[in-house]
Design a protein around this ligand. Structure first.
Ligand SMILES: [Zn+2]
Length: 171
């Protein structure tokens, strides 16, 4: 069994140790995100690497999850795959923030430990599509469309068979 991943940790200490946090967090842990979901069953796949970026203490992370959201068109549940990739430089003060090169986004450290859950949740909320709707068509519409396609295929079939037969006879 997988050991449970920490929900909070001292980010600076993790940088010193060049630590990696990799694994899954259950969706239930993400209260704010759950408000936008039909179900909070499932996991968020996370990979966080603590280290240095151009000399600054930083963290790099990848998060992904399959979320069950409501289709805004047919109001039925649908799966939305979200994924995010981000990098933060860890800063303790505004002065430190001023020193950062433009490409580094700051993460302001507060207190002894920082919340990994909040870090991931913020990113997932940003990655949620603004409009969630079934990609091609909604379920009811889709079913009738599928029927049409199936009927067309069946109708085509006898002609195809006839053509094959004709070709055979021609040889
Ligand atoms: Zn729909």
């Amino acid at each position: 069994m997988q050991t449970q991943l920490p929900e909070t940790t001292n980010f600076v200490r993790q940088v010193e140790l060049n630590r990696k946090i990799e694994g899954n967090y259950p969706l239930v842990k993400f209260g704010r995100l759950s408000e936008s979901l039909v179900s909070n069953e499932g996991d968020v796949t996370v990979k966080i690497e603590f280290g240095r970026c151009v000399g600054f203490a930083c963290l790099k992370a990848k998060v992904s999850a399959k979320l069950l959201v409501k289709c805004q068109r047919c109001l039925k549940p649908m799966e939305a795959e979200v994924a995010g990739d981000f990098k933060f430089a860890l800063v303790k003060s505004e002065e430190e923030f001023e020193l950062l090169p433009e490409e580094l986004e700051p993460y302001l450290l507060e207190g002894e430990e920082q919340s990994i859950i909040d870090l991931i949740e913020d990113e997932l909320l940003l990655s949620l599509p603004m409009v969630t709707a079934h990609e091609n068509a909604c379920s009811d519409f889709m079913t009738s469309q599928e029927k049409v396609i199936k009927a067309t295929k069946e109708a085509e079939h006898p002609f195809a068979a006839l053509k094959a037969l004709k070709d055979d006879l021609g040889n």
